[in-house]
Design a protein around this ligand. Structure first.
Ligand code: FE
Length: 344
């Protein structure tokens, strides 16, 4: 689109998460959505690469038969879910969200987020390769394993309208469609669908098993927590900027989707861990999923549906630990250009 030559500066208060002025997307300053800039800086401060984490003890444990059949199956299946989820997330950021987000500071964060999704996929690739697992098997699980297929199919069904090259925000119907995609992507994909798999990986960690893979998943969870926080900010800011979109029917629709998602996540957990794992059984998973689903709803101002206690309180410790852990003690601190990073 052509730009107009002018000395008139845009009004920062007119900036919008969606449906802002076209010319505005090029001009980072002055900022309105400072939460996005803060998130961008936090993402940079948390930078990590999978190859900085040694997989030696994981490799030895697997070789020496320290994992049971059930544990190997659980490890593979959560990897199978993760590989798919982060690729879907990357595509959604780049192909569905970026184009329609009209705030340059929000776009800055999306660029950082897109790279983090790539790092996550890299982590799974690195784990699969280090452990000598069959990459074709793991990366194709979303087509083969019911519990993963159902979750991927659910998420992808919300991309259909948004991925259409003709799709544009600016009408009530399309703006709601965009907001629906954002709610599904942030609250459900990033906010619910990762969490029973996170719980399994921290289950391994608590047994001192697969600690290299688990450490990577810990960094991934830290990134995902930021993605979720940013997504929630976007949703709440769009609600403020265009309150007409947040109708009672729309709110009920989002609540219904979160309830459906909680059911899908429970079915996934029950399929993957039919006999339970590390002391977590099907009922525990159900309650944990319901607990986090309520928390996601509340953060966008929707009523909790399940009102259950957190049966895995150590999960919040795993999250807190990631914040407190001195990351720099265990990693190579300088990024080299034109060379590889080595452990010594
Ligand atoms: Fe993400």
């Amino acid at each position: 689109m052509p730009i107009t030559k002018t000395t008139t500066r845009p009004d920062v208060n007119a900036r919008r998460v969606i449906n802002g002025a076209d010319a505005d997307v090029i001009q980072l300053h002055p900022m309105k959505h400072t939460f996005a800039w803060d998130a961008y800086n936090a993402g940079n401060a948390n930078h990590w690469l999978p190859t900085e984490i040694t997989m030696m003890s994981d490799i030895e444990q697997l070789r020496n038969g320290r994992l049971t059949e059930d544990e190997i199956k659980a490890l593979k299946t959560v990897l199978g879910f993760f590989t798919t989820a982060d690729s879907i997330a990357a595509n959604n950021v780049v192909l569905a969200m970026y184009k329609h987000i009209s705030s340059p500071e929000c776009r800055m964060y999306l660029l950082r987020q897109a790279y983090e999704e790539a790092i996550h996929t890299h982590a799974y690739q690195y784990i699969v390769e280090s452990l000598g697992l069959d990459g074709g098997e793991i990366f194709n699980m979303y087509r083969e394993v019911d519990g993963i297929y159902s979750k991927a199919d659910f998420i992808l069904s919300f991309n259909e309208g948004i991925f259409d090259p003709e799709f544009k925000t600016g009408t009530f119907e399309n703006d709601q469609k965009f907001l629906e995609n954002l709610c599904v992507f942030s609250l459900i994909l990033e906010g619910i669908f990762f969490y029973s798999s996170f719980a399994v990986m921290f289950g391994f960690q608590r047994q001192n098993k697969m600690v290299g893979a688990a450490e990577q998943i810990q960094y991934i969870m830290r990134d995902e927590t930021q993605h979720l926080n940013f997504g929630i900010k976007l949703i709440n800011t769009i609600k403020e900027e265009q309150p007409e979109l947040w109708t009672p029917e729309f709110q009920q629709h989002i609540v219904d989707l979160v309830r459906q998602a909680a059911e899908l996540e429970y079915k996934f957990a029950a399929e993957v861990f039919p006999r339970g794992i590390f002391g977590m059984n099907a009922e525990g998973f159900r309650q944990y999923i319901e607990h986090i689903a309520d928390r996601r709803l509340q953060r966008v101002g929707l009523p909790p549906q399940f009102n259950v206690e957190n049966p895995f309180p150590w999960m919040s410790e795993a999250i807190d630990l990631t914040k407190e852990k001195n990351f720099f003690e265990t990693r190579v601190t300088e990024y080299q250009t034109g060379g590889t990073l080595n452990w010594d």
